[in-house]
Write a protein that binds this ligand. Structure first.
Ligand code: SF4
Ligand SMILES: [Zn+2]
Length: 119
């Protein structure tokens, strides 16, 4: 059975928050979204994250994230780590990670629509 890394209270794998010390284990209050946490306050998760290594992360907390929902170890097998997120959650996380590109694409579409409507 897992335990709280801060106070060692026994917890379930679906526990959202430690009942003893209040440490949060899941993001957005959802038992299916693990919140990864740096082992030491001084060390960023990004230092060992594959998305930092391949430069595909654009989260604002990078490169100093102490907690992150998308952290993936550089050494772990991506397929074997976690069950896939629900499709809606995958889309939501993808949009969060690529929000700059999404905003730019939206702006281009609006501009194109305005040009076409103006003719
Ligand atoms: S996904 Fe999270 S841990 Fe990984 S580089 Fe981005 S912010 Fe850092
Ligand atoms: Zn605790």
């Amino acid at each position: 059975m897992p335990s709280c890394p801060r106070c060692q209270t026994a917890i379930e794998s679906t526990t959202i928050q430690c009942p003893s010390c209040g440490l949060t284990f899941k993001a957005h209050g959802h038992p299916g979204i693990p919140l990864h946490r740096s082992d030491r306050d001084s060390q960023s998760l990004c230092a060992t994250c594959r998305y930092d290594a391949d430069d595909t992360c654009n989260f604002p907390q990078r490169p100093h994230a102490q907690t992150c929902t998308l952290y993936r170890s550089q050494n772990a097998d991506l397929e074997a780590e976690l069950p896939p997120l629900p499709l809606g959650q995958q889309v939501s996380e993808w949009l969060r990670r690529h929000r700059g590109a999404v905003a730019l694409a939206g702006l281009l579409l609006v501009s194109l629509a305005l040009v076409l409507l103006g003719n």
